[in-house]
Structure formats: C-alpha cells, structure tokens
Design a protein around this ligand. Structure first.
Ligand SMILES: [Fe+2]
Length: 167
C-alpha cells in the first residue's frame, strides 16, 4: 500500500453523487441510513475505452468519464444498509444515491504500488497518443510493460524537479 486515507461521509436524504471515477480504491461501509451504489466494470470498453482511461488518468483534477443511458443495463447495484459495504476497484465508475434518511458512511480509501504504476502507465499512453499520434498497448495487460511506461514517466518528473530546483 502506498497511500491511504479514511473519510466519514454525512449525506442528506435523496441526494445524488453523479457518475464519476476515483484514482483510489476504497471500501465503502454503511453506518446509518441507506445508500444505493451503482458500479461499472472499468475493463468494459463500452463503459470506458482505453484512450478515455488514458486521458482521464492524465488529468490533474477529478476524472469524470462520460455517462450514457445505455450503461444502465450494465450497472452492478449494491443496496447498502448499516453493517454492509462495497469495494470500489481501481477506476471503476460509480454513481451513489442516498435513501429517505440521513446517511453516514465510512470510506477507507487507498492506493497500492500496482495502482500507482497503472496510473503512470495511463499517463504515458496519453502522451504517446496526444503528442505522437501513436496507439499504445492497453494498460493492465502486461505488468513489465506497465512498469517500464511508469518508470519513464517518473524519470521525466524527477528530471523536471531537478531542473526547477537548479534554477
Ligand atoms: Fe467516488
């Protein structure tokens, strides 16, 4: 594990957290009230194409993938009540609604060495696509290639840091 954080979400009744994805994984545990969590498979190319994932993970701010009504039939729906929880896999898009009462949930959020490699490999792919017009291989299919891509991105970051600190 490279990083973790915990959050308590106190949410009004009948509220909606719109369709989005996170760079972190989490375990969302319901304490009070109810929540409906809809999750989508991030490996399904109809939900997010490889190019879209590369672009979303190269963004600095919260990534917002595009939602289409046709995705509804592919949603995995979890009805959370006190004592129940659900795991959000890496970059799995999700949409959350609360029930008729105040909702309190605990989110245990984390990143791993592997998820950080995937994030940097997506950044590498995005640069290849946007700057060189090359269609790179998908992240997640070969660990050695992902690690090499991430290594190149990290060396570039390190070199930029050194250049800035020497000015
Ligand atoms: Fe989220």
């Amino acid at each position: 594990m490279n990083w973790y954080s915990t959050y308590i979400f106190i949410t009004a009744h009948d509220s909606v957290t719109p369709y989005h994805m996170d760079r972190e994984m989490n375990f969302l545990l319901q304490i009070r009230g109810t929540k409906t969590v809809k999750l989508w498979d991030p490996r399904d190319p109809e939900i997010m194409t490889p190019a879209e994932k590369d672009q979303l993970l190269a963004q600095r701010h919260e990534p917002r993938p595009t939602y289409k009504p046709s995705f509804e039939r592919k949603a995995m729906t979890f009805e959370l009540a006190p004592g129940l929880g659900v795991h959000h896999p890496f970059i799995a898009p999700h949409l959350v609604t609360t029930g008729k009462q105040l909702s309190i949930s605990l989110a245990i959020t984390f990143r791993t060495q592997r998820s950080d490699v995937w994030t940097d490999a997506h950044c590498f792919n995005h640069r290849l696509r946007s700057r060189l017009g090359v269609a790179p291989g998908n992240v997640g299919s070969r660990g050695v290639i992902d690690a090499t891509k991430a290594g190149i991105i990290r060396m570039g970051r390190q070199a930029r840091r050194l250049l800035h600190s020497s000015r």
